[in-house]
Ligand binder design. Structure first.
Ligand code: ADP
Ligand code: MG
Length: 384
């Protein structure tokens, strides 16, 4: 059998052309929360023209009437979502094209970055009434698989895992920590459950359950601050035959990542267990920042090995992958510092250049010496 890896041109996915060589960066501003309104928060962020973000610094004066504007900073991104943006709009702009690409055998990843309470989990998972990117992506994927059922066989597998305190855990079947191993596809978590999925409802229930398995600890700056990074991996395998009866198989991987809160450990309790956690969160996010810096500077060596998170995200950051980042921010002036950090981080991430996104395809040619015979190939296709 002859196995070859094809690198297809981007002609099929024209709308992905623009982001083939760099990461796309989006900002999502959430609405003011009830509590924030009650404690006299003022809005310090404005999104205009779907791209521009203006961040206003006020004097640190508690007297509402005497608050003065100090200065306004301006940022611009691939898209910026004002507080009125729907989940569907966020999904379509950031992830819709990636779902299409994954069906073609490409890799893609989307991650949410931002302080605790900024709206990362809302964006990724959402609620029953307003499902987020993870759920909408899978819904869309199933619809597209159904549309294409005549072209070949698609099989969808899901895994959901978390990195907490530099430990990797399976969120779909909690148990002992998983060990990361390097194989020919890259870094994999050994023993991770690969759930074969058939319907959207089933997946929503699965993700909700998985999310309840996420490790959350109370911290001083927020009641339930999520200190874990959650990664949903959707793997789509596709098998078909070409005109000469060769088997063509493609594998696409979509990674959807809800990062832990990016606030500095300094802002939380330093002296308890949580300071250790804080350090480790920092280690993962710090490692992520160093990798991003190294990528931005075009360095040869990217320090992926510095944390579990960066090992897992290796092929999402510097590999052959379309990567989207969503930076989540709160509108409240009480979150000014965090918002400013997040916007700086996102601004920096715009500079990352990545390799073009290839198709992961194998062609098994029939009749070649040493190749499987026709009957065997047919059996293999029917098994799916
Ligand atoms: P994070 O995961 O970043 O810590 P959450 O996603 O949990 O933050 O959001 C904090 C709170 O704000 C939650 O109650 C969430 O429902 C609400 N929220 C976040 N983003 C939005 C949004 N775009 N629209 C409405 N409510 C939101
Ligand atoms: Mg969260």
């Amino acid at each position: 059998a002859v196995i070859r890896k094809l690198s297809m041109g981007a002609e099929k996915l024209e709308n992905l052309d623009a982001c083939v060589s760099r990461i796309s960066v989006f900002v999502r501003l959430r609405p003011m929360g009830k509590k924030e309104r009650e404690n006299g928060s003022r809005c310090c962020v404005k999104v205009l023209n779907k791209r521009d973000v203006y961040l206003t610094e006020f004097t640190d004066d508690n007297d509402y009437l005497r608050l003065k504007r100090l200065r306004v900073r301006h940022f611009t991104f691939d898209s910026s979502f004002p507080e009125t943006t729907t989940q569907q709009q966020v999904y379509s702009t950031t992830t819709g094209d990636l779902v299409e690409a994954v069906l073609e055998g490409r890799n893609g990843s989307v991650f949410c970055y931002g302080a605790t309470g900024a709206g990362k989990t809302y964006t990724m998972l959402g609620t029953m009434e307003n499902p987020g990117v993870m759920v909408l992506a899978i819904k869309d994927l199933f619809a597209k698989v159904r549309q294409r059922s005549l072209d070949g066989n698609h099989v969808v597998h899901l895994s959901y895992l978390e990195v907490y305190n530099e430990t990797v855990r399976d969120l779909l079947s909690p148990g002992r920590p998983l060990i990361l191993r390097e194989d020919k596809q890259g870094i994999v978590a050994a023993g991770l459950t690969q759930y074969r999925a058939y319907s959207t409802d089933e997946v929503m229930a699965l993700l909700q359950r998985g999310n309840q398995n996420r490790t959350t600890e109370p911290t001083r700056c927020n009641e339930t601050s999520s200190r874990s990074h959650a990664i949903l991996q959707v793997i789509v395998e596709y098998k078909t035959r070409d005109g000469s009866m060769n088997i063509i198989s493609r594998v696409g991987k979509l990674s959807l990542i809800d990062l832990a809160g990016s606030e500095r450990a300094l802002a939380t309790d330093q002296r308890t267990l949580r300071s250790l956690e804080g350090a480790n969160i920092n280690r993962s996010l710090l490692a992520l920042s160093s990798c991003i810096n190294a990528l931005v500077e075009g360095k040869k060596h990217i320090p992926y090995r510095n944390s579990k998170l960066t090992q897992l995200l290796k092929d999402s950051l510097g590999g052959s992958c379309n990567t989207m980042m969503i930076a989540n921010i709160s509108p409240s002036n009480h979150s000014f510092g965090e918002t400013q950090n997040t916007l700086h981080w996102a601004d920096r991430a715009k500079e990352i250049r990545v390799k073009g996104c290839e198709v992961n395809e194998e062609v098994v040619q029939v009749g070649e010496q040493g190749g499987p015979d026709q009957a065997q190939l047919l059996l293999e296709l029917q098994k799916e």
